[in-house]
Design a protein. Structure first.
Length: 293
């Protein structure tokens, strides 16, 4: 089975998925909704596939394309095929140096906020202010993510149903949300910390240690790895990030399926420009408290 990543309006992507049904191609990733004009056609959709597979992909889509375009030339124009993009990020010390500088500056500037948050956590509920959790890093290596505790210490015991990840199936990713509205596990302080992502400021220490990057797919817990299917290996090809395009755009509002699609898009097209835009959008949404359940 050959895999394809598509970008476009949700209605377009639905048409692409239907057109590919029964062919040798499988649509494994859908980008964010960049096309603003709502049209029930494939026009304007962008598909990425290996150059050698482009002719076969065109043939698989030809019936639906011909229904929407009277001539072959127009049919070819109604969908753009291209080689899967190669990562454009500047490799090596440049990225690592950028990560370390940004992380150290972020930790320094946020130190007063972290101090106040730690005191508030300890006053409201007993237990440590810092929370450590196993997450999947680059290449599948497990590391300990550091963040501020926003839940009750005994949340796993009191709300065991929230941690029954084994019952979740990959097919349910489209309706799975890691953070739920009115989460009873959250303390009052924790709700404020989550709204403004203050709880994630200690993640910058993971960046200094080399486990994370400033921008990259958010690190997943090992218990949910099975829901990523074949996409997991590609997502784990890069360091996880403190923020990501998925987090910058949707935060808690994206389903796991949408997050995976966004992560695949990032891995395929990452660049300095994408990283800087993502950082800017993250800051804007965090300041507004936008997109948090």
């Amino acid at each position: 089975m050959r895999r394809v990543i598509a970008d476009g309006h949700r209605l377009m992507l639905m048409g692409v998925r239907l057109a590919l049904a029964g062919s040798e191609f499988e649509l494994v990733g859908e980008g964010r909704l960049r096309v603003r004009v709502q049209r029930e056609s494939l026009a304007g959709a962008r598909l990425r596939a290996d150059r050698e597979h482009a002719p076969a992909l065109t043939e698989a889509l030809r019936p639906q394309l011909m229904e929407q375009a009277p001539a072959t030339a127009q049919a070819r124009e109604s969908i753009r095929l291209g080689e899967a993009p190669r990562p454009a990020r500047v490799p090596g010390r440049g990225v690592r140096l950028f990560d370390i500088v940004v992380a150290l500056v972020a930790l320094t500037l946020s130190a007063p906020i972290l101090a106040v948050a730690i005191v508030a956590i300890r006053i409201e509920t007993p237990g440590p202010a810092l929370f450590r959790q196993r997450r999947l890093g680059k290449g599948g290596r497990v590391f300990e993510l550091v963040k501020l505790r926003g839940m009750y210490v005994d949340a796993r015991v009191r709300f065991a149903e929230y941690y029954d990840y084994a019952q979740q199936q990959a097919e349910q990713a489209d309706g799975f949300f890691f953070h739920r509205p009115n989460d009873p596990r959250l303390t009052r302080v924790g709700a404020v910390l989550r709204k403004y992502s203050i709880d994630e400021l200690p993640n910058f220490w993971n960046v200094v240690q080399g486990d994370m990057s400033v921008v990259g797919p958010r690190p997943e817990i090992p218990e949910l790895a099975h829901m990523y299917g074949d996409s997991l290996e590609r997502i784990l090809a890069v360091r996880p990030g403190v923020t990501s395009p998925a987090k910058a755009h949707g935060r808690d509002g994206l389903s796991l399926h949408e997050t995976i699609a966004s992560d695949l898009e990032y891995v395929a097209t990452r660049s300095w420009r994408v990283d800087l835009v993502t950082i800017g959008q993250t800051i804007a949404n965090v300041v507004r408290g936008h997109g948090v359940s």
